[in-house]
Design a protein around this ligand. Structure first.
Ligand SMILES: Cc1cc2nc3c(=O)[nH]c(=O)nc-3n(C[C@H](O)[C@H](O)[C@H](O)COP(=O)(O)OP(=O)(O)OC[C@H]3O[C@@H](n4cnc5c(N)ncnc54)[C@H](O)[C@@H]3O)c2cc1C
Length: 87
């Protein structure tokens, strides 16, 4: 199509993203903490994990194609009986 493209190994991309997060004083990273509950309100979102409760202005529910968080926050977005998914 003539558009430029770049091939990046997944591990390299992960390393670059993790490095950018570590370099940002305004972003904290907590690994291995499953979100058990999420509620939204006028002041943002509150998350409950086994590690404790967290408040944030924004939640990106990137927990996979069968995202429990998306289902929790937006039940109508739950993937139904589609056997194939393409983007
Ligand atoms: C066998 C196989 C081979 C594939 N090969 C390729 C390939 O070669 N190239 C390619 O581009 N794609 C490939 N894919 C597809 C690719 O893996 C997915 O498209 C991609 O992983 C989707 O990324 P994601 O971040 O949306 O979700 P995921 O990779 O599923 O990540 C979701 C994350 O959320 C976490 N999580 C889940 N629930 C919670 C919770 N409650 N709280 C906190 N965290 C939670 C999970 O632990 C996981 O780390 C393959 C998939 C499979 C199954």
């Amino acid at each position: 199509m003539g558009a430029p493209y770049l091939t990046v190994h997944r591990a390299d991309l992960q390393r670059a993203l993790a490095g950018a997060v570590e370099d940002s004083p305004s972003i904290g990273m907590l690994l291995g903490a499953a979100v058990e509950k999420a509620t939204t309100g006028s002041d943002g979102v509150r998350l409950t994990t086994a590690e404790g409760e967290f408040a944030a202005g924004l939640l990106i529910a990137a927990d996979g194609v069968r995202s429990d968080l998306r289902a929790l926050l937006s039940p109508e977005s739950r993937q139904t009986d589609r056997p194939h998914l393409g983007v």
